[in-house]
Ligand binder design. Sequence first.
Ligand code: DAH
Length: 357
Amino acid sequence: MNELKFIAERLLTQINNASTLQELETIRVYSLGKQGEISLLMKTLGSLTPEERKERGAQLNAVRDQITASLEAKKEILEASQLQERLEKEKIDITLPTRPQALGTIHPISQAMFEMISIFKNMGFSVAEGPDIEDDFYNFTALNIPQEHPARQDHDTFYLPPLEAGKERRVLRTHTSPVQIRTMLNKKPPLRIIAPGRVYRSDYDATHTPTFHQIEGLYVAEGVHMGHLKACLQTFCEKMFNQPQLPLRFRPGYFPFTEPSAEIDIACYRKDGQLIVGPGEDWLEILGCGMIHPKVLENCGIDSTKYQGFAFGMGIERVAMLKYGIPDLRSFYEADLRWLRHYGFSPFEALMEGASE
Ligand code: DAH
């Protein structure tokens, strides 16, 4: 027994002193492995009398269990300290200064979008999305622009072949209005959404690019009227351009999906060749809007005798140009680093802007 106690103590001390997992594994092999010290002692049990075997067997089992438990415990300790060591080694010093030349900027279109979303969120709108590749139905037909409607011509549509022969052709969405349809078909009123996103038209000159961005708004509930529409868009324009009481002009307009429809101009003036938003002698059109046409509500299964709604849509680039003083639309898409550094926004500022609203 004494000799066994001695072996056990020696092994336990070795386990205790092990400083690496590898060392521990070596101890495990030479104590409990097939040819290990304890395992070999176990093998000698066969040559003992049943009486002796019972006693010796119990002692050996106890030693083996003690060593197994102690190996396990030590393993856990070593693993934890190994992890700690790795974490220490891989620590990143976030107080190091950034490299200014490597810092990216937020594109003015994203910045304008963030600002718009944050203003509308404060009025209770939430963001909805739709696909860039649309069915003709969502982009046109459901919006009360049937097949032969002249309004289709205004859209300079990029057409895509149908997914399967005989099915309807698809389009790159020409506006964000199809998101209205998707929302009204999938959710029940009251609805209050905005849908910012990319749109496509086959057009290219100083004031048109084949891809640009719009933000769509939709509000459907009981008893909605033109007054709500006016208040909502007046508030938006004042906040977006940081000008309380910014004069707006509502002009009658025409869109197949709204009745009545209006276009909104904001007051502006020219100074040193630059267009500036604010009370002055000029007006600039910035958005289209109106009361949702009853046919559009009905196309989406909404009872137009119970529910009314307003909708609006505006180009994000135009607003960004006005707000940030960017003179040329095409420059948005040229990916010119000097331009991006000049007109881009600090990512930290953009975050703060969103957080403060
Ligand atoms: N979809 C229109 C366009 O691309 C913009 C628009 C006008 C959207 C009036 C609306 C609206 O929701 O009510 O020109």
